[in-house]
Design a protein around this ligand. Sequence first.
Ligand code: GLY
Length: 420
Amino acid sequence: MKILVVGSGGREHALAWRLAQDGHEIVAAPGNPGIEAVARCVAVTVDDLDGIVALAERERVDLVVVGPEAPLVAGLADRLRARGLDTFGPGAAGAALEGSKVVAKQFFARHHIPTAPFEVAPDVASADAAIARLTANGDRVVVKADGLAAGKGVVVARDAAEARAAAREMLEAGRFGAAGATVVIEKKIEGREVSVLAITDGTRLEVLPPIEDHKTIGEGDTGANTGGMGTVSPAWVPEVIAGRITTEILVPTVRGLAADGIDYRGVLFAGVMVDPGGAPYLLEYNCRFGDPECQPTLARMRGDFAGVLAGAARGALPTGALAWDSRFAVCVVVAAAGYPAAPRTGDRIAGLDRVPDDVTVFHAGTARSGSDIVSAGGRVLGVTALGIGVDQARDRAYAAVDAIDLPGKQVRRDIGARGR
Ligand code: GLY
């Protein structure tokens, strides 16, 4: 097949890398210097929806795989399908599960999917009242901007005062612009988080092995939230809990989408909190592969990935087409100085040639500057290694991370160290 991968991050590098391994011809828009090794990159940006549709038609691609959420929320998949192009990624109605926290939480409630109690607040007075009600029993709350906020629109408040301040920042100070014009206040569920990716054609599901992300910038889960500083596949989750996530969350979601008349062809990425009793609660849905969840997942994936994506896009997801390497995979993110608040760009990256062949370095925020590769975003690289056991995978990934020079680089040293 000739496949167009839309996007320019570490997730898209992993997608293009994995699809190219099976001999497919990959075009990427816009891609990045890492993706160039496995695909032909064309300078069309992900927000240029007309440009992407025109590129897909001009190239006569067999399949379009859309990486990031913003073009999906903006309706790119609808536009591609309207032109008769097989597309992996939900249309705008399905992508609203990520694009609007209000839409998502109301969907969970309507379809009896276990989730934290919540209230929707369009103004400060209703936010204050919701915070008072939800914290009355001593619970903590999470304040979420309704719209897309580049992974920064969620504040886990330590107490009611901090929750009220977060709500004010979104609703009054306009911290996230229109995305924060309405907020969701929800009870904080205590437990351990896990990411679950499932590929669906709107009817069938292929649930991928669960992954553990490490969201904050600091070791020991401290500091500001990021898009993700490192991941482990498979996650700590025992089979019985994974089974509950499928039956209590994913299956009702696919049924709910169908009942709501939404033809969802793409990834359902469930952010799940497992409470100390082993009960799963859906925190959020994303409408695309996770980043950096995608990287270790694809490093372990065997089988006909392109066939699965194309099958989902065509409404005929094959079952049993994927298999998994029994080893663990760890992805350690190398982030730029200043990330996440104000990442510094333009730093020269050296030592990529010192990385052993059995470790894969996925480029995220990189660019070419003359003959150099330089940083061009907050998360710069995702260094991914396989190992017999998490410790061996971690050791291999960190040895490669240490071989790479990036001035001011930030690396969490505890990826995969939480235990199982
Ligand atoms: N790593 C979390 C995300 O992709 O949203």
